[in-house]
Ligand binder design. Sequence first.
Ligand SMILES: Nc1ncnc2c1ncn2[C@@H]1O[C@H](COP(=O)(O)OP(=O)(O)OP(=O)(O)O)[C@@H](O)[C@H]1O
Ligand SMILES: [Mg+2]
Length: 251
Amino acid sequence: MLTVAEVSVAFGGFQALKDASLTVGAGEIVGLVGPNGSGKSTLLNVIAGVHVPKSGRVELDGRPLPLGSIAGVAARGLGRTFQVPRLAQRLTVFDNMMAGAGNQPGERLFDLFLRPGTVAEAEKANEARAVAILKRLDLLHKANGIAGALSGGQQKLLTMGVLLMADPKILLLDEPAAGVNPVLIDQQVAFLKLLRDEGRSILIVEHNMEMISSVCDRVYVLDAGSMIATGTPAEIRANDDVIRSYLGQPA
Ligand SMILES: Nc1ncnc2c1ncn2[C@@H]1O[C@H](COP(=O)(O)OP(=O)(O)OP(=O)(O)O)[C@@H](O)[C@H]1O
Ligand SMILES: [Mg+2]
């Protein structure tokens, strides 16, 4: 279980998060919604080891996550995507996937010289994994194309694929549906449910309430850095505070 407890973050004099708490249980898909600037990405950044909060705790399975250490958090099995996809635009789709594989033995000189067989085997396993994931994302036919030539929606799918290459137990997704056409959003939803069924946990930041409703078990609502509500998607949609602070605001 991922536990965020009473986390506060300040940028200069500006308080971006005020005692924000949430949990993501094993095999759970949890949504995080809220108006622009309410602190959603900041909270993901705290979990992912980018920002060190001025107070509060972040724990995975009862053990503290290394605050401020992106690599340390990744090593604990957390993976995240960014609001704007970060792909190597000029590399092929397949090469982007291979770059996502964590712990490649070929990158260690020691292994390369002393255990070339291991390197070749790991490389093969990663290739097979990349093919399987691309197939599930319906991107296999684009494997040899340049990532930058994909549509915005396909790039978001590919970012998820790259993330999966490292086999994370918990996925943090920042606005996966933004700028994605409805058909690809349906595909994302099906894919996320599949990942959940594999036992992964997912925390999704998203403005698209339809997507949140169709995929999330529970939802948290941030408003100006504070958690103002939590519940099932149906409960959140019916919550007056939420409607006032968020759903009621002009699109
Ligand atoms: N590195 C930073 N330095 C200073 N201020 C920041 C920094 N990162 C975020 N902020 C501010 O903190 C607030 C929360 O930003 P954040 O990106 O977390 O919002 P968000 O909920 O993800 O919004 P959106 O829905 O627009 O993505 C905003 O007012 C933002 O300007
Ligand atoms: Mg954001």
